[in-house]
Design a protein around this ligand. Structure first.
Ligand code: SIN
Ligand code: FE
Length: 351
């Protein structure tokens, strides 16, 4: 392991899901080595191990590396096309050297003591200029808000410049600061982000809109944010859609009337919530499904549509995140959206 908690290129790529040795597969569903490479691994030289690991990382990575180093850097048309194509295919846009610079007097905010007890995040609403779940002395409040506002503006400029076809339709959601270590955090299974899931929220139906998030790791101690990423959305649907329970007629109106949801929970929201919950509840699935680990280093950023990409955050502390919502009609290829995928499977209009 290196300082970022990543495996070294001479380490075995095994992730403990071994189908070549257990089931006799020619290619292991866990690490993607050939059966022969698994058997012979310990007899290989360092050079052979490095060559295999490099090949596997290239073949299997869900990351599309973007060479953008400034939040406002001009982007070529080629990069625009590559970014849109990758993000709609359910890939993660990774910016290894795109860092968010803290001002000297903002370093003090890198402490969980600024978040309310039990809160995962401090969130900021640029429209109302309010912070939520922050435990911040009055004299520091404006500076904390300023840090989130600055990040939010930079994230917005990045997505507008990079994902240009979306720019006019993107809706700005919350900004969040996550100063609490993920590993060891206690929560109910539904709120447990260390379990693979696609994002769906009980109180805030998104009615088919895409959830697009920009993350940046601002950890000052060299600690990476460790994610697991699971199977493609269509495979998640194939597995869990047959298991979902019915949405009771009238329940959406009742939830809205009781103010348990902020807007109407559509059939789409109901299915996404059910899939989210069933993924998290299934511990065998969590362990056995084909998946990869990703370590996002400090000073790096990434963009991901978390309604489509099955993800789990395993460890890490101190990221900033900006959420955007995107109507499916603004996508270049709407058929790739979770909404259209679910409508195809169910044969129904879901919003
Ligand atoms: C999540 O969206 O599940 C959490 C991601 C993170 O905080 O890194
Ligand atoms: Fe999530």
């Amino acid at each position: 392991m290196n300082v970022f908690g990543e495996k070294d290129l001479t380490d075995s790529p095994c992730i403990g899901i071994c189908s070549s040795t257990n089931l006799g597969d020619e290619i292991c569903i866990g690490c993607k080595r050939t059966a022969q490479e698994v058997i012979d691994w310990n007899s290989y030289s360092d050079q052979q191990k490095i060559a295999i690991n490099m090949r596997l990382r290239k073949e299997t990575s869900i990351l599309t590396e973007m060479n953008v180093t400034h939040w406002t850097a001009p982007v070529s048309t080629n990069e625009n096309d590559q970014a849109i194509d990758a993000i709609e295919q359910g890939r993660i846009l990774h910016f290894p050297t795109l860092a968010f610079q803290l001002l000297p007097d903002e370093n003090e905010f890198l402490s969980p003591s600024f978040a309310e007890i039990k809160a995962k995040n401090i969130s900021f609403d640029r429209h109302t200029q309010r912070l939520r779940c922050a435990k911040c002395p009055a004299e520091k409040y404006a500076r904390l808000k300023n840090m989130l506002q600055r990040f939010s503006e930079q994230a917005e400029r990045l997505v507008h410049g990079l994902l240009t076809p979306y720019a006019a339709a993107l809706q700005l959601g919350r900004t969040s600061f996550r100063p609490v270590e993920i590993a060891g955090r206690l929560s109910s299974y539904r709120k447990d982000d260390t379990r693979l899931h696609v994002d769906a929220f009980p109180a805030t139906p998104n009615q088919g809109r895409r959830i697009l998030r920009v993350f940046t790791n601002i950890n000052p101690n060299g600690q990476a944010r460790h994610w697991r990423v699971g199977e493609p959305f269509a495979e998640v649907v194939a597995r869990f859609l047959p298991l979902v329970s019915k949405q009771w007629p009238g329940s959406a109106a009742l939830l809205k009337w009781l103010r348990l949801t902020k807007s109407k929970r559509t059939a789409y929201d109901h299915l996404m919530l059910q899939i989210h919950d069933r993924m998290k509840a299934d511990l065998t699935y969590q362990k056995k499904v084909s998946q990869q680990s990703i370590y996002f280093a400090p000073g790096s950023s990434w963009i991901v549509q978390t309604d489509q990409v099955s993800h789990a955050a395993m460890s890490g502390q101190h990221v900033l995140e900006q959420t955007f919502y995107l109507p499916v009609t603004a996508m270049v290829n709407p058929t790739l959206s979770p909404l259209k995928t679910l409508e195809k499977w169910t044969g129904r209009v879901l919003t």
